[in-house]
Design a protein around this ligand. Structure first.
Ligand SMILES: *[C@@H]1O[C@H](CO)[C@@H](O)[C@H](O)[C@H]1NC(C)=O
Ligand SMILES: *[C@@H]1O[C@H](CO)[C@@H](O)[C@H](O)[C@H]1NC(C)=O
Ligand SMILES: *[C@@H]1O[C@H](CO)[C@@H](O)[C@H](O)[C@H]1NC(C)=O
Ligand SMILES: *[C@@H]1O[C@H](CO)[C@@H](O)[C@H](O)[C@H]1NC(C)=O
Ligand SMILES: *[C@@H]1O[C@H](CO)[C@@H](O)[C@H](O)[C@H]1NC(C)=O
Ligand SMILES: *[C@@H]1O[C@H](CO)[C@@H](O)[C@H](O)[C@H]1NC(C)=O
Length: 649
């Protein structure tokens, strides 16, 4: 690995630098590129010290717009900040695409967590190449460090896998007594980039250079590094960052010597800068720069800018790049702009302040927005997975996400309201309800779900696997039409070239619905949903739950296993009759029930290759469905008596 060698070299240089460190307790020490070496955990990398007057305060971060984090909404989600406040300060609407590399100000609440100030955010790993370093440096642009993330997450550096939720402590700080005495009310964590120097940074915020130097315990000749935060003390709340189109290069750009030069009475200092060019994982270490300069205090020292090493070309708005999700294509933009970002106040009002009376189940509440009912689901942390998926999906059998709100680390997802609850409620309710689903309604629901799965597997780009299909995730609207919900575990299947499947070490799901290859080997393919759908069909047929009996006591029975007993061997007709939900009271066509049971049995086949793909399942179901529409309950007696041959096959 190039990077590990790089770290090794860095560590050597860090030792040199550490000897030169002169910590002072006055304000905050600058991270000084120590965030690069994830193995060396020095306390400056863990955060800014809790040495301010307040233990929590309003604070600000800067972030550079970079797809897919290029709208107030997506940046807010990434950073655990309020999108509406971001859009307000930066003069954008919530879903407006912000040009790549534009600096955005993010207001966040900063508070002491142990010894350090931080603002909490969470991130769900999306890609197998992501490491603590990549997430902290590349995704979060240096707003956090790999060391702080390693300290605050229970997962070892080798134990990361796609889908894990990581805590991301973002660096922020509250003003010290000295700063408040000088009239500073806020500290902004500015992310340094190529070509920055103190005076240019000060100018952006109308601050003075000396206050910045003091805030970071730096000297005018100290070097600053890209992708590290620099605290900028502010008297007033910051506004949109105005960048003049042609920022002139800093006055008298210093000529960077490539070989050491001597200065009388100079202090030797080694500086290195690692540059990774492009979006790839490989680090291109382009240069070690050796730099000598005067340690003596000059009357008017020149601020030393970050060495103007060849900077990666600014990323253009890529319209054709399929992999990096871009909101620039019209269809997607339409979808995303149809999402509403709600104010927290409105969510509170709509749900009667999350009153018990409005609680549907768990953390889901009924809300009324301008007279329209909606379901509000409260989720902890980053739920961008579900939002990103649902906002680009438009299918009548998939629950529609109409908007969301991010507030204090929680995300409130606002969905279309499904008046009739979940299929579980209907099939397995403990309370004797007078109504039960009729045969036609059950087939309709199965057909709706197959339609939704067929869409997810074959008509979205990239294709998705739901991964958590079960009757409690199938909701019913006013007409008892099925709507698939709960996409929290859904996964894209992008790497078709790798055989169209993925592996995970992080097997999660509901017992009774998980396919054997997933439980045993973590294999993720669309056949996972086919298996779960088979179980759903069996529940619709039998009214039984996916698992019955006692799991530990050994008396457990899986519905997916019991169907084999029903359809194999003799006496199929009688066994099937007793399998089918007694609350249907024989008002169902036995031949169609048999076809559906056969289909379900194929779907729950142990061998992944014996399971049909969803288009085939959907087609078979659509035949069963249309035959069911023609079926008249009064015919049943005659029809079922002529079917004995079918079962004998
Ligand atoms: C930083 O670490 C050193 C020892 O490694 C310790 O003496 C010092 O108290 C620590 N500072 C803070 C603020 O935790
Ligand atoms: C905000 O943006 C709009 C156009 O997008 C512009 O007309 C307006 O002047 C901007 N306001 C400020 C305060 O920059
Ligand atoms: C942030 O997370 C840390 C643990 O990682 C926790 O101790 C702290 O209370 C959290 N802060 C807030 C404001 O939620
Ligand atoms: C990483 O995973 C291995 C195997 O699952 C486990 O033994 C080890 O304790 C884990 N390490 C950490 C730091 O979580
Ligand atoms: C850190 O991230 C930036 C992009 O934010 C990237 O240009 C740079 O190469 C990364 N640094 C390293 C050492 O990978
Ligand atoms: C920050 O704190 C204030 C006051 O405690 C609160 O009103 C506000 O909603 C918080 N903001 C976020 C983004 O959590």
């Amino acid at each position: 690995m190039k990077r590990s060698r790089f770290y090794y070299i860095c560590s050597l240089f860090l030792l040199v630098l550490m000897l030169k460190q002169n910590p002072s307790n006055a304000q905050q020490a600058y991270v000084n590129n120590k965030q690069l070496d994830c193995n060396a955990d020095v306390n400056i990398t863990d955060g800014f010290e809790c040495n301010g007057v307040q233990s929590s305060c309003q604070s600000y971060l800067t972030f550079r717009s970079n797809p897919p984090y290029n709208s107030a909404a997506s940046i807010g989600l990434l950073l655990g900040a309020e999108p509406s406040l971001i859009s307000e300060i930066n003069n954008y609407t919530n879903f407006q695409t912000i040009p790549t590399n534009t600096q955005i100000i993010i207001p966040v609440n900063c508070s002491c967590s142990g010894k350090y100030y931080q603002h909490n955010s969470t991130y769900k790993l999306q890609d197998a190449t992501e490491t603590y370093f990549i997430v902290s440096n590349n995704t979060y642009q240096g707003l956090t460090t790999c060391q702080a993330m390693i300290n605050q997450n229970p997962y070892g550096v080798k134990n990361l896998s796609v889908g894990l939720d990581l805590k991301v402590p973002l660096r922020c700080a509250c003003p010290t007594g000295d700063q408040i005495a000088s009239g500073f009310n806020y500290l902004l964590s500015y992310m340094i980039t190529w070509g920055d120097d103190y005076s240019a940074i000060a100018k952006l915020f109308g601050a003075d250079v000396q206050s910045i130097l003091d805030a970071n315990e730096l000297k005018a000749d100290s070097i600053i590094f890209p992708f590290t935060p620099l605290l900028v003390p502010l008297k007033n709340k910051p506004g949109k960052i105005q960048v003049s189109q042609s920022t002139p290069p800093p006055e008298s750009p210093p000529q960077l010597p490539t070989t050491p030069t001597e200065h009388k009475s100079s202090t030797k200092k080694w500086v290195f800068v690692g540059v990774g060019i492009g979006a790839g994982v490989l680090l291109l270490l382009s240069a070690f720069l050796i730099w000598f300069f005067c340690g003596s205090r000059k009357a008017k020292p020149q601020p030393i800018p970050v060495p103007p090493i060849k900077r990666p070309p600014p990323q253009s708005h890529s319209y054709s790049d399929e992999k990096s999700w871009s909101v620039s294509t019209e269809g997607v933009r339409y979808a995303i702009e149809s999402l509403t970002v709600y104010k927290f106040d409105d969510i509170e009002k709509a749900t009667g302040f999350f009153g018990e009376a409005n609680k549907i189940k768990g953390s889901v509440y009924r809300g009324s927005f301008k007279g329209d009912d909606a379901a509000v689901k409260v989720m902890r942390g980053d739920v961008s997975n579900e939002i990103n998926l649902l906002k680009r999906i438009n299918h009548s059998n998939i629950i529609r996400l109409s908007g969301f709100c991010v507030h204090e680390g929680n995300t409130y997802l606002v969905y279309e309201y499904a008046e009739n609850g979940s299929v579980t409620d209907w099939l397995h309710s403990k309370y004797e309800t007078s109504s039960t689903l009729t045969w036609k309604q059950r087939v309709q629901i199965a057909y709706d779900v197959a339609d939704a799965l067929n869409y997810l597997h074959n008509y979205t780009n990239p294709p998705y696997v739901h991964k958590n299909l079960k009757t409690s995730n199938i909701l019913l609207d006013g007409n008892l039409r099925g709507k698939v919900s709960n996409f929290g575990l859904a996964r894209t299947l992008e790497n078709e070239d790798e055989g169209g499947f993925q592996l995970t070490r992080h097997v999660v799901g509901t017992h009774g619905y998980m396919a054997p290859e997933y439980i045993e080997n973590g294999v993720i393919t669309p056949k996972l949903d086919v298996f779960a759908f088979g179980v759903v069909m069996l529940e619709l047929l039998s009214g039984k739950e996916a698992t019955a009996g006692d799991r530990d006591g050994g008396g457990e029975e899986l519905l997916s296993a019991s169907i084999r007993v029903v359809l194999e061997g003799g006496n199929v007709r009688e066994k099937l009759r007793s399998f089918i939900d007694p609350s249907l009271r024989h008002e169902y066509p036995l031949d169609l029930a048999f076809s559906m049971a056969q289909l379900a049995k194929n779907c729950v086949a142990h061998n992944i290759n014996s399971r049909p793909a969803i288009p085939e399942v959907f087609m078979t179901l659509s035949k069963i469905f249309s035959s069911s529409l023609d079926w008249d309950p009064s015919d049943e007696l005659q029809r079922s008596s002529s079917l004995t041959q079918t079962y004998a096959r």
